[in-house]
Structure formats: C-alpha cells, structure tokens
Design a protein around this ligand. Structure first.
Ligand code: BG6
Length: 498
C-alpha cells in the first residue's frame, strides 16, 4: 500500500467511441460517416467513387470486405448490459462519442433526427443512472460522409456552420446532464489522417482513383483552422447554454513523448520540433493564438490558411477549459530515420531502455514514465487541468478451456501507468481523471480489426465477422475494480491472478 494521492473526486473510468462499438450503422435514420467508408483509418483507399455527372462522391463498398464497424459489438442494442459492467467496476466517468450522423444524418440539415437524439437520451440517462459522469466527444472521426462528398469536408468554411448547428442542438438538449465535452477526437491527427480525422476530401478531385494523395499541406492547415473556429464557437455556445459544463480539447499526445536518440543537438532539436506538430493544436486552442513557429512553416511551404475577419478574436476569447488527451507509447527520434505515425502516436527507432515486451503484432512500446513526462510538459506549458481520456493496451487474446482470460500484461500496464500518474500528481500536475481506452473489446480505429482487444470485458467477435457477441469478464476486470475502490491505492494484482 502506498500514500493516497488521488483526489477524492478523481474521475476513474473508461472510454469508447460510437463508431467502434455501436454498429447499427444505418439504423433509425443514421447515414454513413467517414469511418464507415474505411477498414481502419490507416487505409489509404476508402470505399468511395466519384460520380462525375452529379459531381459528388458516393459510397462504393466492396462485397468481399468485412467492415467490422458496421455492426461492431452492437452497443446500439446492448448498451444497458455493457454500461452495467462499467458500473460494476465502479466507474466514476464514462466517455463515448455521439455519432454526428445519427443526429444530423447528412450533416447539413437544419433540424435534427429525433431518433438519434432519443438513442443518446437513453445512453446518457443510463450512464447517469449507473453513477457515472458522461464525457462526450462531439466527433470521434465521425464527420457525416455527405459533408465530405458534397462540400469537400473541413477545408470548406461552411463546415463551421454545420458543426455548430449540431453542437448547439446537443448542448440545448443535454443541458444539465453532460458536464464534460470535447469537440474533435485527436484533432492533431488532421495532419496525418487527413481523410478520417481531418474529414477532408477533394471536390472535385483531380485524380478520382487516388483522391487522398491530392490533399495538400495548405488543405490540412485550412481544415485545422476551420475546426479551431468551430471549437471556439462551441465553447461560446456552451458558456451561454450551460455555464456549469466544460469544453476540453482532445489531442493524441503520445506524440509529445518523443525522445532524441542521442545528445546530437540536431536530434534534440529535431525531436522537439516533432513534438510541436502536436502541441501546435493546444497552443492555439488553449493559449488562444497561433504560435510564432507555425508561421515559419506556413511561409516556407506556402501553406497558410485563409483566416476570416473575427476568427482570431474568437479563438483568443474562447479557449479550452481542460486538456483531454490520449497516451499509449513514446517514440525515439533520429534525424537519419523518417518518423512514421500510427493511431498510438509516432513510430521511430526502437528504444533499448524500454524493457517490457511490446505485444505483437502491433509492437507498441510500453513506456509508463512517458505518461508522467507528458503530464509534466503539458502542466509547464498550459497550467490547465489534464484529463487522460485514453490509455490502454491491445492484446490478441482468447478465453481458455475454462472461459478464463488471463491478461496479467494488461494488469501490469495499468499498474505501471497509474504509478506514474501518482508521481505526476506529486509533481504538481492537476490530473482530473483517468479513462482506460476500450474497457470493453471494440473495433480498432487504426486497422479496423477485432483482434486487437483492449477490454476488461471480452466480446466474442472475430476479424472475419463471426462470433456470438457474448460478453465475458477478463481477469483485469476485478483488478481495475479494486483500483477504483481504493482510489488508486491498492495496485497489487497477484491475488487477482490466482
Ligand atoms: C486513438 C483513438 O488514436 O487510439 C481510438 O482515439 C483508438 O479511437 C485508439 O482506438 C487505439 O488505436 P487502435 O488503432 O489500436 O484502435
């Protein structure tokens, strides 16, 4: 047992996203969103085709491909059972997203789809009934496909109006029930996953067979700028509609734990510059202005966004209340090797100092100290409350003959990360909560597969689409329950394994 460090109201819990769990992709008026057109956001070729006559993109699903997210784990029909598991673990908070296209199926309607709101009424009321605080992402890679197909997505300034019609609708509707909101999941991924995260699609395309290759740096900065304005406007709306509620930014900050490979000043500077690609987003959305370093990038790449009068004042005035972020792993930078990216952050050289074996085939290195490092960097730079809204470990696992799922690697990952959060709190970081990514198995965002399982609850569904969808608790279920019950004090998991 160690000291009690976590504040009494610490938000222990878990996080999922509509598109990775709900399924029912066309139920009750919902229309496709951008994620419905791909198998994983790493995909470079979405299932779409250009209709020259109508000058619009259309869906073009491949009959031989399994789009697991279309049915996912059927949370749409099983949310009560699933949320009950979370209650059993003692969750204080539960994060999910609203599928934007359930509420505004085409994205450009003026009135919402009542059936969509009804579904989320039930979900939110169940979360609250089970003693949890709902934490809602307005778009977790879920821009309605029509907005890309017809308008080109976030490079188009009209998107601000569409998004803020949606945000105002849900703020009015869920006023008093939802306290914690975030606008765009991992908004900094607009740069690397410009189609799914950035919601960008050239209209009309120059090359209809490979439209994503046409997306320019300028497009990415333009889409980011439009999202900054939409985010600031959403904060303005929320402060007027529900002053008790809070709006956070949400970034992928594994990309802040980027270490130089050695003391070569070029590597030290290079690693720092790499982290700024992520920090740029919070610099704008939390400090309220474009940082000087980005203007050099715009100048040298001719990629400055078009900024409309009044935008900068809005961004300056309405900054985020807290920083929500995901952290999975760190990476090692060397100027001689090109840094790659994935959903977990950045991919550089192997770090010989990380001794825990990274689970295969994904090889995401395990670096708990990296989380403490990120919490401290963010505290020094912004002095804002920090909310870890994603951290987790994906494993390829199956029940044994007795239906037991042994996941001590997950327990160890949890223990080591919570120890480092504890250290960060002692360092003076204001950490609001910790949400485990994927407390129930779900469809992977990166690869669109089921095999990469994050849950404390197993779901019987496989990559080929087979499976009964039956749920089963893993060993880590009781471990996380114990952690929450003791407010992060008892991290011993040996008993649970036996
Ligand atoms: C984050 C996303 O990037 O990483 C989640 O917000 C995602 O949607 C998570 O699931 C883990 O990535 P993956 O590729 O393992 O699902």
């Amino acid at each position: 047992m160690s000291d009690t460090i976590f504040p009494k109201d610490f938000l222990w819990g878990g996080a999922i996203a509509a598109n990775q769990v709900e399924g029912a992709w066309l139920a009750d008026g919902k229309l496709p969103d951008v994620t419905d057109t791909v198998v994983g956001i790493h995909s470079k070729h979405p299932s779409i085709k250009w209709n020259k006559d109508n000058q619009i993109w259309e869906l073009n699903l491949d009959p031989n491909t399994v789009y697991l997210s279309h049915k996912a784990i059927d949370f749409y029909h099983r949310f009560d059972e699933d949320l009950h598991y979370m209650k059993e673990m003692g969750f204080k908070a539960f994060r999910t997203s609203f599928a934007w296209s359930r509420i505004f199926p085409n994205g450009d309607e003026s009135e919402p789809n009542e059936k969509g709101l009804e579904f989320y009424d039930k979900v939110i009321d169940t979360i609250i009934k089970y003693g949890m605080e709902p934490v809602i992402t307005l778009s977790h890679y879920e821009t309605p496909f029509n907005l890309l197909a017809r308008y080109g997505g976030w490079t188009n300034r009209k998107m601000i109006g569409f998004f803020n019609n949606y945000s105002k609708t849900v703020f009015d509707h869920f006023k008093g029930r939802v306290k914690y909101w975030m606008s765009f999941n991992e908004i900094n991924n607009t740069m690397k996953y410009s189609y799914v995260a950035g919601g960008i699609l050239p209209v009309p395309p120059k090359n209809p067979d490979d439209p994503l290759s046409e997306i320019s740096q300028q497009d990415k900065f333009q889409a980011s700028h439009n999202m900054f304005v939409a985010h600031a406007t959403a904060i303005k709306q929320l402060r007027e509609i529900d002053p008790q509620a809070r709006m956070g930014v949400m970034c992928s900050f594994s990309q802040v734990a980027v270490y130089p490979n050695n003391p070569d000043p070029k590597n030290v500077l290079g690693a720092y510059q790499f982290t700024r690609k992520a920090l740029f987003y919070t610099d704008v959305m939390c400090r309220g202005h474009y940082p000087a370093y980005i203007k050099r990038v715009w100048r040298e790449n001719n990629s400055a966004p078009k900024i409309t009068e009044g935008d900068l004042e809005l961004i300056q005035k309405y900054t985020s209340d807290y920083i929500g972020f995901s952290y999975y792993k760190s990476s090692l930078y060397d100027q001689s090797t090109e840094m790659k990216v994935d959903t977990g952050g950045a991919v550089g050289l192997d770090n010989p100092y990380l001794t825990i074996k990274a689970p295969k085939p994904w090889n995401w290195p395990v670096d708990p100290i990296g989380l403490r490092y990120v919490l401290n960097v963010l505290t020094d730079r912004y002095e804002l409350p920090l909310f870890i809204v994603e951290n987790g470990l994906g494993l390829d696992e199956k029940p044994d003959a007795n239906d037991v799922i042994h996941d001590s690697a997950r327990c160890q990952y949890l223990k080591l990360h919570i120890e480092q959060i504890r250290e960060a709190i002692k360092d003076g970081c204001n950490v609001m909560g910790y949400l485990w990514w994927g407390p129930i198995d779900l469809v992977s965002a990166g690869t669109g597969e089921m095999k990469k399982r994050y849950g404390f609850v197993y779901v019987d569904r496989n990559n080929d689409g087979s499976g009964t969808l039956q749920r089963l608790k893993k060993q880590s279920f009781d471990y996380y329950k114990q952690i929450i019950k003791t407010n992060g004090e008892n991290l011993d998991y040996r008993e649970i394994e036996n």
